[in-house]
Design a protein around this ligand. Sequence first.
Ligand code: T1G
Length: 695
Amino acid sequence: MTVGYAQHGAIAVLTVDNPPVNALSVAVRQGLIDGIRRAVGDPAITAIVLIGQGKTFIAGADIREFGKKPQPPRLTAAIAEIEASPKPVVAAIEGVALGGGLEVALGCHFRIGTKRSQVGLPEVKIGIVPGAGGIERLPRLIGLEPALKMMVSGDPARADKALALGILDAIAEGELLTEAVAFAERAVAAKTPIRRLSQSKIALDGVDWRALLATARAGIARSNRGQISPQRVIDCVENAITLPFDQALGETVRIIGELIPSEQAKALRYAFFAEREAGKVPDIDKTVAARKLRSAAVIGAGTMGGGIAMCFADAGIPVLVLENSAEALDKGLARIEQNYQDMVQKGRIRAEDKARRMGLIAKAAGYDDLGDVDIVIEAAFEEMAVKKEVFARLDQVCKPEAVVATNTSYLDIDEIAAATKRPESVIGLHFFSPANVMRLLEIVRGAKTAKDIVATAQALARMIGKVGVVCGVCHGFVANRSRGPLTREASFLVDEGALPQQVDKVLYDFGMAMGPFAVGDVAGIDVGWRARRALDATRPRDQRYSPTADRLYELGRYGQKTGKGWYRYEKGSRAALPDPEVEAVILQSSRDQGIARRTIGDDEILARCLYAAINEGAKILDEKIALRASDIDIMWLYGFAFPRWRGGPMYHADTVGLKRVYETVRGFHKTHGALWTPSPLLQRLAESGKSFTGI
Ligand code: T1G
């Protein structure tokens, strides 16, 4: 039975039991209707409690059913049946009530939660709108402004907030079912009037709703650039204000019907499942137990090391920081403190949060202090000799069960591991800058890394709120290696005739948060210069190379930090302004390389940048460095702010069609040479009419 029926005295208890998350599949929808009818028809029953089996109330519609032919009964019908019940219906919310789950709860007459409850309407995040009355009922329950905020962001509210907003009527202190039954009994005894939200009005006294909606629209245009669903939520909210309930709901149902098969919604659903898939490693199942992580250490208090230390402190894990000198350590800790101070000033955390987090970060006097920590992450200088020295020292002092990790962004983890007598405990944990903000954690599994170390790294990712994606060892690993060709082509395009602002605009308009040149100015042109010097020895002599960035470096244009890079920056501003001096450098560089500059179209820019990355992604897949194409996509979504509503570069290639991508790559190969050698996997898939999905 997907919806169980039991009797507790005069109270009927309907239990939704549809593991893993009690999604509202057909059987549940039908079960709810049947259960309500049975309870309403039984004279011995005075009230009804609706609860979920396990740790979840209801996680919403079954996303796997989307795109298939809808089967009756509709969720709106099940909710209408609940709301119409003449006997009070109490939703007992353990864990999450999301999307359709919250909509079911809003159809109930009362809602009681626990401390662990979370309620929300996250539909925008999968490219749709709440389609079963949530848009219409939530503002009637809690008022327009807070409802709008929740629906447009899709972010859930925790129990205390849900109580304050009035979504929950009570929070159970003891066992939820017992308290929900008692709540229902009291409602019956007190003859508490039943409140059917569909029959009430949205309170609009003194609310300038037109201005509110206009502000929300403008905000979304910035925060969710290019994404359709949040704007559609606002259309539906406007209907909820101006039309009678049933008519507004009818419109919402029509709109969700349009959105479900849309390209954006498909891409966002893909991203949802891809993210969950990324957490799975075929040879590491639940029987592989993660090691305990109660304390940590970070080697290096530079930008990366400091950011990583903040990740631990943010998660409540004490962390020691080790540096070469007392000055460097003080400087690093001061920078961390400043970062927290900025967060306090922006209202993101409270002053006491800052104090608590700073209190968790302590100075290590030397390696000997690291003997007790459960995990060490090295974020020292990117040079093999330095890494080897650090790991040899760590090998001497760390306890045997410690995880010994490196944050290197391209060096060979196996070579680093070989500097220890415990290569099985060594792993790459590659954070993205700023480490305390960017959510990707690239987990690089060395040839000898033990399974439980990988499982521990995955557990760490969850603990510190990151999306951990496991991959193998190669130069630059998966994320940076697949992105490298994009920046390479961007530079070539500039040498051939484009300007940085044109290239950046094309990628920005595509939906990227920033174009590659703007990113270069943030990351530092000096950093790129050093990385290129590290590759000089191995770069084939006949390989095409753009010297333009090196010219900027020689002029001291290191990017935002020097106020000049690919762009110029006014004092105190991060706005990238085109600079005639850069244009002159570029024109000279083209002349020096003997390139006759030409007009380059936006289509070519997009194809050169994206397909170069996709072709490299395919090579990485073929080499089995990434477990699946969707893992590469997740890395781009969380590491490089690729627009989620486009799914990721590999998914995007599927939507373009691999045949077309392959033909274009072949064309570029003919024109631009060896760097465009098509990936054999891309060729195979294109020729057999397949896609990356499922690879
Ligand atoms: N449908 C189908 N499968 C789902 C699902 C759903 N709604 N939610 C989760 N799963 C699967 C998931 O793929 C995974 O499967 C397993 O459950 C555990 O999930 C009408 C139209 C509930 C907070 O967007 O946010 O209602 O990988 O690994 O970290 O207006 O899942 O094991 O095979 O994520 O504990 C709105 C989406 C739907 C909620 C649990 N609802 N889910 O997190 O476990 S649209 C959502 C979540 C809707 C109405 C509209 C989270 C979670 P597998 P998990 P978790």
